[in-house]
Design a binder for this molecule. Structure first.
Ligand code: T5A
Length: 226
C-alpha cells in the first residue's frame, strides 16, 4: 500500500517573533504524541545550505538583491530535494522554520524585486512544492527586534534599515488576508497566531490551530498524557 504523503507545515514571521522557539516546542509535542516528524530551517539545513547561510547572514562583501534572492532559493532547492520531499514521501510531518513567504517578504517587498520573476524562480527551486499550512506568528516590529537585540549583535539582514523592516512587516501582515492568499496559490494556506503572549501561550495557540485543521494527525491518542 502507498504511504499517505506527509504534511509540510511552515512557521513564518519576522525576526524574533519566536519561530525557532515554537518549532522546538511543537517538535517536542509531536515526539510525545508519536507523530513522525522532522524540523528544517531556511536558509540552511543541508551541507551546501549551511555554507549558503553563512554567505547570506555573516558580515562580508555585499552583493546585489538578485544574488541574495538566488542564494536563498539555491539553499531551498537543495533542502526540498534532499530532505523535505523524501520526508513527505515517508509520510512525515515536516516543520519548516521559514519558506517562500520569507522570500516574498524580504526580497520582493523588502528589496523591491519583481514578484513575477521571483515567484517563477521559486517554482523552479521547489519543483512547485506548496506548504500544506503556514502558521504566521504576529508581533509588532519593535517587540520582535527587542527580543533579538537582547540576544546580541544583529546579522546582515537584521542590520538593514528600519524602512526595510517595515516593508517586510507590512508584507507579513498581508499574507494573513484571504484575498491575498486567493491570488497567491503558490504560498498555500496561511493562518495567523498572536505571538505576543508567553512561550506557553503561543505554543498552545499553535497546537490548537493544528489540532483543529487535522484532528486525526495532531490530537493526542486516547490514553496519551501529552
Ligand atoms: N530570509 C530568509 C530572507 O531574507 N529570505 C528568505 O527567503 C529566507 C528563508 C534568516 C534571515 O534570512 C532572511 C530572514 C532572516 O533575516 P534566521 O536567524 O534563520 O535568519 O531567522 P530569524 O527569524 O532571524 O531567527 P530568529 O531566531 O531571530 O527569530 P525567531 O526564530 O522567530 O525567534 P526565536 O524563537 O529564536 O526567539 C527570539 C528570542 O525571543 C525569545 C527567545 O528565547 C529568543 O531569545 N522568545 C520569547 N520571549 C518572550 N516571549 C515569547 N513568547 C518568546 N518566544 C521567543
Amino acid at each position: 500500500m502507498t504511504k499517505a504523503r506527509g504534511k509540510l507545515i511552515v512557521l513564518e514571521g519576522a525576526e524574533g517573533v519566536g519561530k525557532t522557539t515554537q518549532l522546538r516546542r511543537l517538535a517536542d509535542t509531536l515526539t510525545a504524541r508519536g507523530v513522525p516528524h522532522r524540523g528544517v530551517r531556511e536558509p540552511g539545513g543541508t551541507a551546501i545550505g549551511n555554507q549558503i547561510r553563512h554567505l547570506l547572514l555573516e558580515p562580508g562583501p555585499g552583493f546585489s538583491a538578485r544574488t541574495e534572492a538566488l542564494l536563498f532559493m539555491a539553499s531551498r532547492a537543495e533542502l526540498v530535494e534532499t530532505d523535505i520531499r523524501p520526508a513527505l514521501a515517508r509520510g512525515e510531518v515536516v516543520l519548516a522554520d521559514r519558506f517562500f513567504l520569507s522570500t516574498y517578504a524580504y526580497q520582493i517587498a523588502g528589496r523591491g524585486l519583481s514578484e513575477t520573476e521571483v515567484t517563477a524562480a521559486n517554482r523552479f527551486a521547489t519543483g512547485g512544492l506548496v506548504p500544506d499550512l503556514t502558521i504566521l506568528l504576529r508581533l509588532s516590529v519593535a517587540a520582535a527586534l527587542a527580543r533579538t537585540d537582547s540576544r546580541g549583535a544583529r546579522d546582515r539582514i537584521e542590520s538593514a534599515s528600519d524602512d526595510f523592516h517595515h516593508r517586510v512587516a507590512e508584507a507579513f501582515d498581508r499574507f494573513a488576508e484571504p484575498t491575498w492568499q486567493r491570488s497567491h496559490p503558490e504560498s498555500g494556506p496561511v493562518m495567523a497566531v498572536d505571538a505576543a503572549g508567553s512561550v506557553d501561550e503561543v505554543a498552545a495557540a499553535v497546537l490548537t490551530t493544528l489540532e483543529q485543521t487535522w484532528p486525526e494527525t495532531f490530537r493526542p491518542a486516547v490514553g496519551s498524557h501529552s
